[in-house]
Design a protein around this ligand. Structure first.
Ligand SMILES: O=C(O)CCC(=O)C(=O)O
Ligand SMILES: [Fe+2]
Length: 348
């Protein structure tokens, strides 16, 4: 199977429009067969942030974050402070964006990743097996310049204001989670925030259309996120799964209504010298229902040097990773066929 096969793959929305009953070869996922065992007993922890302001409540929540981060790297948060109206606004704007005719969506198409701009795409790279999804990246939500804001979709007309509001509220939640994570690691509440300042933020909208042969494809191939953390808004269509390691069964991830999912990425693993880990996850395709998810990624600045914090390095715990810029890290991550285990390629 050559590169050409993938480069010429027909986009998912077009296949769905044509009513294909057979998935083209470029989308067939042989290597990551998801015959993989699924376990149905355990679920990721749910952490309620309601009592965050009382010192007793905060202490309890810090303990819950510690356990969830160590065991799962994924948890749901409730009473998270992002308003229902804001969440509904962004979901509506996203559905309207993906509901536009293909020609209109294609005005924002780019086959190449862009540093700061907005990009609509139907695949992430030209060479691998194609994911059964299309997506919209709003490449820089913070720090946000007027020039970058002008690259945000102007259709539907509500998109920019809905996205701006969502980004601001999600950012406030991200700082809450980061300070709790800091405390859960025995650090001052602002330690991680200071380390990662100014903390870049970007939005990724994933649209998964129904697939005629869901067993042959993946919505998103198994990967670990490359940044510090992701705050994920998902709908009620199942598909997302995580696993603790390659021998563990996959655990389906769903949310209570209005909850959000937090997961830590590779930079949390590197900063903590592997006290906390970045866990692998993937999305299955659905035979009948379309699914929407909205990722808010929080990343170091491209020029920032990433390395374990000195607090996690001593004679018994030598630094596991050699320092590189985040920009370099992203290049290594993108060049790997499997987007997991990237921190290990920096092992010193
Ligand atoms: O669609 C999902 O639920 C997860 C998407 C994801 O893993 C990502 O955006 O990195
Ligand atoms: Fe992810």
């Amino acid at each position: 199977m050559g590169t050409l096969l993938y480069a010429q793959a027909v986009p998912v929305p077009t296949l769905v429009e044509q009513g294909v009953t057979k998935v083209p070869e470029a989308y067939v996922c042989f290597s990551d067969g998801f015959s993989g065992e699924v376990q149905d007993e355990e679920r990721i922890p749910v952490i309620d942030l309601l009592d965050l302001e009382s010192s007793h409540g905060r202490q309890r929540i810090v303990g819950e974050i510690e356990r969830a981060s160590r065991e799962w790297g994924f948890f749901q948060v409730t009473s998270h402070g992002v308003s229902e109206e804001t969440m509904e606004g962004i979901v509506r704007a996203a559905l309207e964006f993906f509901g536009q005719p293909m020609e209109q969506r294609m005005e924002l198409f780019s086959g190449e990743p862009k540093m700061n701009g907005t990009r609509y795409g139907t695949r992430l790279d030209e060479t691998g097996v194609q994911d059964w999804r299309d997506f919209l990246v709003v490449g820089k939500c913070h720090p946000l310049s007027e020039e970058t804001f002008e690259t945000w979709p102007s259709n539907p007309p509500s998109f920019r204001s809905a996205a701006l509001k969502y980004c601001q509220e999600i950012r406030a939640l991200a700082f809450k989670v980061i300070s709790l994570a800091s405390e859960s690691l025995g650090l001052r509440p602002d330690r991680l925030e200071r380390e990662f300042d100014p903390l870049d933020q970007l939005l990724l909208f994933n649209r998964y259309l129904p697939c005629p042969q869901p067993d042959l494809v993946l919505g998103v191939r198994s990967h670990c996120d490359q940044g510090l953390l992701n705050i994920l808004l998902i709908d009620d269509v199942p598909g997302l799964q995580m696993r603790k390691n390659e021998e563990s069964p996959w655990v389906p991830i769903s949310t209570n209504r209005r909850a959000l999912v937090v997961n830590f990425g590779d930079q949390m693993q590197i900063a903590t010298n592997k006290r906390y880990k970045s866990f692998e996850h993937r999305v299955l395709a659905n035979p009948e229902r379309a699914r929407l998810s909205i990722s808010s990624f929080f990343n170091p600045a491209v020029e920032a040097t990433i390395k374990p914090l000195p607090e996690f390095v001593d004679a018994d715990h030598p630094s596991r990773y050699r320092p590189v810029s985040f920009g370099e890290y992203v290049k290594v991550y993108m060049a790997r066929r499997l987007r997991k285990g990237t921190p290990e390629s920096l092992e010193s």
